[in-house]
Design a protein around this ligand. Structure first.
Ligand code: 0WD
Length: 251
C-alpha cells in the first residue's frame, strides 16, 4: 500500500470495524485520512489517527451534502488524488432495533436509509472526482440484509439497499477503474452493535454455529479490507464478501 492514500469514515473508537481496516492498511504503508462525527468522537478519533501518522482528521456528518463537500474539499487541498475509501457508517433509532420491523416509523425508515445507505452513494459521487487513476470504494454490511435476523429490522432493509447500490455503483464506475465492494461482517461487539436488541445472544449463537466456531474480530475484517483496497483484488468489483467465520453458509 506504499504510495496509496485513502479515507476512513466511521471510526468511533478502537473497537470500530473501520479502525480494524485502518490498522491493516497502515501496517502495509498506506497513508490515511479520517472523518469523525461530532466533537465527542473527535476526542477518540484524533489519538487513533495520530498513532498511525494521519494528520488529515476531519469532521463529517453524512446527513448533509455541505458536510460531505467540505470534507472532500479539505482532502483535495492536501492530496491531489485518492486511492480508496472505507465507508463504515450506519445509524437507526435504537428503539426500532428491539421489536418488530412492521412497527418501523416513516421518520426512522428515512433516516436509517439516508445514513446507512444513501451516504455511500453520496461519498462515491465526491470520491470519483478524486480518483483519476481508478480506485477502490468499500462499505460494511451484515447478513440481516439477506435474511431475517432477530431485531435487525429496518437496518436489514437499509443494508439490502446498500448492497444493491454497491452493484449499481460498480457498474457505473467500472469504466473509470473504480471498484466498489461490500464486506458482510459477522457480529462484533462495537458501539453501533450495542444498540441491537439481544446482541449478546447473537454473538453466542454465531460462535457456536459458524464453521470456524468463533466470532470474527476487527483484525479479521481488516485483512479483507486491506485486500479490497489493494491491487490484490484488482479484478473484483460489485462483490459481497462475507467475513463471518462462514456463518452465512449454515445459519
Ligand atoms: O456486528 C457489527 N458490529 C457489524 C457492523 C456487523 C456487520 C456490519 N457492521 C457495519 C455497521 O452497520 C456499520 O455500517 O459496520 C459498520 C461500522 O460499524 P461498527 O464498527 O460496528 O460501529 P461503530 O464503531 O459504532 O461505528 C459506526 C459509526 C458511528 O458510530 P456511532 O456508534 O456513534 O453511531 O458510524 C458513524 C459514527 O461514527 N456515523 C456517522 N458518521 C457520519 N455521519 C453518522 C453520520 N450521520 N452516523 C453514524
Amino acid at each position: 500500500m506504499a504510495g496509496k492514500r485513502g479515507l476512513i469514515m466511521g471510526v468511533a473508537n478502537d473497537r470500530s470495524i473501520a479502525w480494524g481496516i485502518a490498522k491493516a492498511i497502515h501496517a502495509q504503508g498506506g497513508q490515511l485520512a479520517f472523518t469523525y462525527q461530532g466533537e465527542a468522537l473527535e476526542r477518540r478519533v484524533r489519538p487513533l489517527a495520530d498513532s498511525v501518522g494521519a494528520d488529515l482528521v476531519l469532521p463529517c456528518d453524512v446527513t448533509t451534502d455541505e458536510s460531505i463537500d467540505a470534507t472532500f474539499a479539505a482532502i483535495g487541498k492536501k492530496w491531489d488524488s485518492l486511492d480508496f475509501v472505507v465507508h463504515a457508517i450506519a445509524f437507526s433509532d435504537k428503539e426500532e432495533l428491539k421489536g418488530q420491523y412492521v412497527d418501523t416509523s416513516r421518520a426512522n425508515f428515512a433516516r436509517t436509509m439516508d445514513i446507512s445507505c444513501f451516504s455511500f452513494t453520496a461519498v462515491a459521487q465526491r470520491a470519483k472526482a478524486m480518483m483519476p487513476h481508478g480506485g477502490s470504494l468499500m462499505t460494511l454490511t451484515y447478513l440481516g440484509a439477506e435474511r431475517v435476523m432477530p431485531h435487525y429490522n429496518v437496518m436489514g432493509v437499509a443494508k439490502a439497499a446498500l448492497e444493491c447500490s454497491v452493484r449499481y455503483l460498480a457498474a457505473d464506475l467500472g469504466h473509470q477503474g473504480i471498484r466498489v465492494n461490500a464486506i458482510s461482517a459477522g457480529p462484533i461487539k462495537t458501539l453501533a452493535a450495542s444498540g441491537i436488541g439481544d446482541f449478546r445472544q447473537i454473538l453466542r449463537w454465531n460462535e457456536l454455529n459458524a464453521p470456524l466456531t468463533r466470532n470474527v474480530t476487527i483484525e479479521d475484517v481488516g485483512g479483507a479490507g486491506l485486500y479490497l483496497a489493494s491491487e490484490l483484488s484488482r479484478g473484483v468489483t460489485g462483490e459481497l464478501h462475507h467475513v463471518d467465520s462462514g456463518y452465512n453458509i449454515v445459519g
